[in-house]
Write a protein that binds this ligand. Structure first.
Ligand SMILES: *Cc1c(COP(=O)(O)O)cnc(C)c1O
Length: 408
C-alpha cells in the first residue's frame, strides 16, 4: 500500500483506506479454511462499500443483507437476487415487497409472525419464498466476545420450543421451509472455540431436522470468524477447521457432500477488517488537570462502531511522523461536542498538532457503523486501493429531501 502520509496528503483526513488485495486474501483464506462444498455469505453490514462487495462477489461469496439500503448496495455491486439472503428481526411488508420484487427468494425468519409476513407478501406477488428458520440455541459451546443466543432475544426461534411449532411452520402459504440459520456468536476467541461452536450447531441442526420433520436444503451454520478490530494484530488463519467441519457434517448430515443439504456459513469482519486503515490528524493537544488530550479529526462520527454500545475501543494508533517522546498518557478525543467522543484512554503516544495517526484493522464497522450525521461533519473519504494503485475515492453524503414538495 502507498505510504499513509502520501495518501493523507492527497485525499485529506479523516479517511479510510481499503486495500482490495487484502480483501481478496481474507476471502481466499476463509474459503481455504472451509470444505470446498461450503457457501459463504458476506454480511454487508460489516462494510457495504461497492468495491469491497464486488471483490467478495467475484471471489465466490454470496451476500447477506438486512435492509433496502443494503439490497441496493449488493444489487449495484452485481449480486443476483438468488445470491442474496435477507435477514433481520424487523422486516416490514414494504421492504419484503421490494426484496421479492427485485429477485430475492431466500429469507431468514425470526418468529412465526415474521415467517407469516414473508409468506403473505410472497403470495401477494405470486411467488414462493424459501425461508430459513433462525435458531436461538438454548446452549452454546464457545468463548467469544459477542454472544447472541441462549438468552431472551429478538433473534431467532427458541430452540427448546421450536419443535412444538413444526406443524405451524410447514403450513405457512407462500413459503417453503428451506432449512435453518444459526448465528450464535461473533469474533470467536480462538479456532478451538470456533470448532466447538460449529460442532454444537451442526448436531443441533440435525436434531431439529428430525424434530421438525422437514428435509433441509440449506443449513447456514453461522460464523464467529475473528479479526482484530482497531488494534494491532493479525487475522487468524484457521488450519484445522476444514477437517473438523467435514468430519462433523459426515456424522450428522451424510448427504451434505452431494448438496443434501447445502451448507453455508457467514462472515463480516473476517473478510474486510484487515483491509482497512483509518488515517486521522491530531488537530490539538491540550493538558487538563494532569490529563493529556489529543484531539483528532476523527471521532465517533467517523469510527464509532462501538460507541452505540457505550464502549471505548481499544484503539491502537501509530504515529507516522517522527514525534516527540515525553510519554505522557493521553486520551484520544474526536472533534464532536460531547464528552462521549473518545476513541481511547491512556494511550502512550507523544504527538503534536499536525501529526498523522493511523488506526490499523479498521476495514469493518467503520463509517456506516458510526454516528456519521451527528454534529454535521462530512463523512470521511473512503479510498480504495489495490496495492499501490488508487481504485476509487468516495464519500457518503447526507442530503435532506422533502417528501411533500417543501417545508411549511
Ligand atoms: C453481524 C452479523 C454477521 C457478521 O458478523 P461478524 O462478526 O462481522 O462476522 C453475520 N451474520 C449475522 C446474522 C449478523 O447479524
Amino acid at each position: 500500500m502507498t505510504a499513509p502520509n502520501e495518501l493523507a496528503e492527497r485525499f485529506g483526513t479523516p479517511s479510510f483506506v481499503y486495500d482490495l488485495d487484502r480483501v481478496a486474501r481474507a476471502r481466499d483464506d476463509l474459503f481455504a479454511a472451509l470444505p470446498a462444498e461450503f457457501e459463504v455469505f458476506y454480511a454487508a453490514k460489516a462494510n457495504p462499500h461497492p468495491e469491497l462487495l464486488n471483490e467478495l462477489r467475484t471471489g465466490g461469496c454470496r451476500a447477506e443483507i438486512s435492509s433496502v439500503g443494503e439490497l441496493d448496495a449488493v444489487l449495484q455491486a452485481g449480486f443476483a437476487g438468488e445470491q442474496i439472503l435477507y435477514t433481520g428481526p424487523g422486516k416490514t411488508t414494504e421492504e419484503l415487497t421490494e426484496a421479492l420484487t427485485r429477485g430475492v427468494r431466500l429469507f431468514s425468519t425470526e418468529s412465526l409472525g415474521d415467517l407469516r409476513r414473508v409468506g403473505e407478501t410472497a403470495l401477494r406477488l405470486g411467488v414462493t419464498a424459501d425461508c430459513l428458520i433462525r435458531v436461538n440455541n438454548a446452549t452454546g459451546a464457545a468463548a467469544t466476545s459477542i454472544r447472541m443466543t441462549g438468552v431472551p432475544s429478538q433473534f431467532g426461534f427458541d430452540s427448546e420450543t421450536l419443535p412444538d411449532l413444526a406443524a405451524d411452520l410447514r403450513e405457512v402459504p407462500g413459503t417453503n421451509i428451506a432449512g435453518l440459520h444459526f448465528f450464535p456468536l461473533s469474533n470467536a476467541k480462538d479456532e478451538a472455540s470456533l470448532i466447538a461452536e460449529f460442532r454444537h450447531t451442526i448436531a443441533m441442526a440435525a436434531g431439529l431436522q428430525k424434530a421438525l420433520g422437514v428435509t433441509f436444503r440449506l443449513v447456514d451454520i453461522g460464523g464467529g470468524f475473528a479479526a482484530p478490530y482497531a488494534v494491532q494484530g493479525e487475522r487468524p488463519v484457521y488450519g484445522t477447521l476444514r477437517a473438523a467441519l467435514g468430519e462433523t457434517l459426515d456424522e450428522h448430515f451424510p448427504g451434505w457432500r452431494d448438496g443434501a443439504p447445502r451448507i453455508a456459513c457467514e462472515s463480516g469482519r473476517y473478510l474486510v477488517a484487515d483491509s482497512g486503515t483509518l488515517l486521522t490528524t491530531v488537530v490539538n493537544v491540550k493538558d487538563s488537570r494532569g490529563q493529556r488530550y489529543l484531539v483528532l479529526d476523527a471521532g465517533i462520527n467517523t469510527f464509532g462502531g462501538m460507541s452505540g454500545l457505550g464502549r471505548i475501543m481499544p484503539v491502537n494508533v501509530e504515529p507516522h511522523e517522527s514525534v516527540g517522546t515525553d510519554g505522557t498518557p493521553a486520551s484520544l478525543a474526536g472533534p464532536l461536542c460531547t464528552p462521549g467522543d473518545l476513541l481511547a484512554r491512556n494511550v502512550f503516544l507523544p504527538s503534536e498538532a499536525g501529526d498523522l495517526l493511523t488506526v490499523p484493522n479498521a476495514g469493518s464497522y467503520g463509517p456506516t457503523a458510526s454516528l456519521l450525521m451527528f454534529l454535521g461533519r462530512p463523512a470521511p473519504a473512503e479510498v480504495v486501493v489495490r496495492a499501490d494503485t488508487v481504485v476509487s475515492v468516495s464519500r457518503i453524503q447526507h442530503i435532506r429531501t422533502y417528501e411533500h414538495g417543501q417545508a411549511l
